[in-house]
Design a protein around this ligand. Structure first.
Ligand code: NAP
Length: 504
């Protein structure tokens, strides 16, 4: 039995997806787009609409109409609905994990992990409902009382990528809902079925009509309409730099809030005294987990010369054990690229690396034996002797490709680690406490790990990048609420007399 045969036997019926607007599932008049399994493109999971701009606008209108009622709903009541969504996601966890693996390609263990993270996020923000506090601030005037309150920002747009199609929408939708915002959700075109199930979960939890709306369709038609719609007061985007910066400009032109979390080129720095077993394991997890299709994926290993030969040798041996295949097969470590275009991008970068003069230690070919030709599989690739200026060391590949960059010493390691336009995540491997703090201090990354992989994040801990990776406030953690609310300052004068002086 080939790795792809088992799932093929268990195929579900093709689902016809609609948009969820004003509390009802509506058919779209747009053309239908087949939703394919990247591990086996003969499997069609669903057929999703390329919705029209008018349909996107009606979702924004529905979010606007529902806003007054939702903002007036006491925050702890909103939190109760989120707790119900948490329970519902737990109940539907297995079903959702299989859909996620079939639709995006990641392994079933990775899907279950992503759903666990999403469930944790909902739980965390449900709890925040009872902590949407402001502060009291002593006035410089006698008999004056000053305080702040957090009010909902308004209807918000949530625009998400395909690589974490459960966790990322949830870490935007949950804080928005708890803050009292209504939402128009535009998921990635490649993962419409996962998006539909997430919305069903919130619907089943009791989110009122119009509070959460879903519109499938292209970024150009649906995404752009939503960002420019007058009802939308804030945009939360995760995706590529090209799209994010364009969208940031459109939001800025309207004078509305926008947060964009974008690409990464994350380094793992391995100093001379590093525990190499630990470093190799983390490099493999970080580079090849989720098929390298993670914004936090490790794409550069910056290794000091003293341990570089040994690191590369052990890395090669460890990578040789990775099983590539259909994510539904429990033996699989690395699933497919999400679609043909993404696979071709990875293969093209492998070519670029070769032509630039890096040494391909292993992998980098398309895999087609044993039925893998029905999907988009690439053997995990390791390049050695990569120069820090090469394109494979500078550009986001978003696939299972790791570049080893050898450096003379710690100082050069830091310079090289910081030498990209991105700044999402970085790891340093050392047992020297002073060196560790020097790196923690000076690495240009929104998230720094010490002796742990570049990937991962917890529901209650802020997440996001600096430099070209991120603009706007961080996501997750309590700070996420700041994006979805407006801070109002209140002055109450109880002197009963007109103010004397101090009128600035
Ligand atoms: P993408 O092509 O930028 O798409 C992201 C979302 O934006 C999709 O829903 C897309 O719709 C939509 N979109 C496209 N053009 C638009 C437009 N003109 N106006 C409004 N929306 C538009 O990114 P992707 O390929 O899905 O995701 C991969 C990228 O996401 C990588 O660069 C990765 O690093 C980044 N990412 C970053 C983080 C982070 O937290 N920093 C996390 C995960 C992923 P369509 O699907 O219809 O094109």
């Amino acid at each position: 039995m080939t790795p792809v045969d088992t799932p093929t036997e268990n195929r579900a019926a093709v689902r016809t997806l609609g948009n969820f607007i004003a509390g009802e599932w509506r058919e779209s008049t747009g053309r239908r787009v087949p939703d394919l399994n990247p591990a086996d493109v003969t499997e069609v999971l669903a057929d999703a609409p390329a919705s029209t701009a008018a349909e996107a606008a009606s979702a924004c209108d529905a979010a606007a109409a529902a806003f007054e009622g939702w903002r007036a709903t006491p925050a702890p009541k909103r939190g109760q609905i989120l707790y119900a969504a948490q329970r519902r996601m737990e109940e539907r966890r297995r079903e959702l994990a299989e859909i996620l693996t079939r639709e995006e390609g990641k392994t079933i263990a990775e899907s279950l992990g992503e759903i666990q993270r999403a469930t944790n996020v909902i739980e965390f923000f449900a709890g925040e409902a009872r902590r949407l506090t402001g502060e009291t601030i002593p006035s410089e005037l006698p008999h004056n009382f000053c305080y702040t309150v957090k009010q909902p920002a308004g209807p918000v747009a949530v625009i998400t990528p395909w690589n974490f199609p459960v966790a990322i929408p949830v870490w935007k939708i949950a804080p928005a809902l708890v803050s009292g915002d209504t939402v128009v959700f535009k998921p990635a075109s490649l993962t419409p079925l996962t998006a539909a199930v997430i919305v069903e979960i919130f619907q089943e939890a009791g989110v009122p009509p119009g509070v959460l709306n879903l519109v499938h369709g292209s970024g150009r038609d649906v995404g752009d309409t939503v960002v420019r719609h007058p009802a939308i007061k804030a945009v939360s985007f995760t995706g590529s730099n090209d799209v994010g910066i364009g969208l940031y400009g459109a939001a800025a032109a309207r004078g509305i809030k926008c947060q964009c979390e974008m690409g990464g080129k994350n380094p793992i720095v391995i100093l001379g005294d590093a525990d190499l077993d630990l470093a190799v394991e983390s490099a493999v997890q970080g580079a090849f987990g989720s098929t390298g299709q993670r914004c936090t994926a490790t794409s550069r290993a910056v290794v000091v010369d003293r341990v570089a030969d040994e690191f590369v040798e052990r890395l090669d041996a460890r990578a040789s054990k990775l099983v590539v295949g259909n994510g539904l097969d429990a033996a699989t470590h690395v699933g497919p690229s999400v679609d043909e275009k993404q696979m071709q991008t990875v293969l093209d970068y492998v070519d670029v690396g070769r032509r630039e003069g890096a040494r391909l230690v292993r992998g980098g070919d398309r895999l087609t034996a044993n039925g893998l030709d029905r999907g988009y599989f690439v053997a995990p690739a390791v390049f050695d002797r990569v120069d820090a200026n090469m394109r494979i060391a500078q550009e986001e590949i978003f696939g299972p490709v790791l570049s080893v960059i050898r450096v003379a010493d710690d100082r050069t390691a830091l310079t090289v680690a910081n030498d990209t336009r991105f700044g999402l995540s970085a790891s340093v491997y050392t047992s020297d406490v002073a060196a560790m703090f020097r790196f923690v201090d000076r690495l240009d990354a929104g998230i720094v790990h010490v002796n742990s992989p570049t990937v991962g994040g917890e529901a209650h801990i802020p997440f996001g990048g600096m430099k070209a990776t991120g603009v706007g406030l961080r996501e997750m953690g309590r700070v996420a609420i700041d994006f979805y609310t407006e801070l109002k300052v209140v002055y109450v004068d109880y002197t009963g007399s007109a103010r004397q002086g101090n009128l600035y």
